[in-house]
Design a protein around this ligand. Structure first.
Ligand code: 5GP
Length: 190
């Protein structure tokens, strides 16, 4: 029944997307599965290869682009590639689950265009760019340069919010999680 659906959770970095994705995966462990992206950025502390990302070097990533192995890929930041592998989606579909993609706005638009009938996209909107900056600063994972790049990108990405199937304004993370759950429940059961 769930065969070949795709759930896309997209947002500017720092909008609470990852927390919402984890919440949904924990609510629906038998129906949903995290789609592990490939990236050329280095792992952060606590990140595991094959669980958080497939950490690849640039040469291998570019080879996979040439071989058409990605359903979408983007150079998201600072020369770093991120992409969703066709094989990853196939792997999840085979288990009868729905892949949940935590990807940037451009990647989300590509997937939507590629799978117009079977993809469901949810845009998580931060309350404001100022609040987003506060969140990213307090997360403390970014250098000043990377923080600035993420804020600039966020302002641009916010302009695409009307392109997605659902929008959730994340004023309060708990409410946002519950709202996302309602949306996903309908998709899982539908
Ligand atoms: P981070 O470096 O913080 O893990 O991720 C940076 C951004 O890249 C986030 O917005 C994340 O959602 C996005 N991202 C992660 N995987 C993919 C992917 O496979 N494709 C695209 N287009 N973006 C991705």
């Amino acid at each position: 029944m769930n065969q070949n659906k795709i759930i896309i959770i997209t947002a500017p970095s720092g909008a609470g997307k990852t927390t919402i994705v984890h919440y949904l995966l924990q609510k629906y462990p038998h129906q949903l599965s995290f789609s592990v992206s490939a990236t050329t950025r280095p792992p952060r502390e606590n990140e595991q290869n094959g669980k958080d990302y497939y950490f690849l070097n640039k040469e291998i990533f570019q080879q996979k682009i040439q071989q058409n192995q990605f359903v979408e890929w983007e150079m998201v930041y600072e020369g770093k590639y991120y992409g969703t592998l066709q094989a990853e989606l196939e792997r999840i579909w085979k288990t009868g689950k729905i892949p949940v993609l935590d990807i940037d706005v451009k990647g989300a638009l590509h997937i939507q265009r590629r799978y117009p009938e079977s993809s469901y996209s949810v845009f998580i909107q931060p309350p404001s760019v100022k609040e987003l900056k506060n969140r990213l600063e307090s997360r403390g994972t970014e250098t000043l340069e990377s923080l600035e790049a993420r804020i600039n990108k966020a302002s641009y990405e916010l302009s695409f919010k009307d392109h997605f199937n659902y929008t959730i304004v994340n004023n309060n993370l708990e409410d946002a999680c519950r709202e996302a759950e309602k949306i996903i429940t309908a998709i899982v059961r539908g």
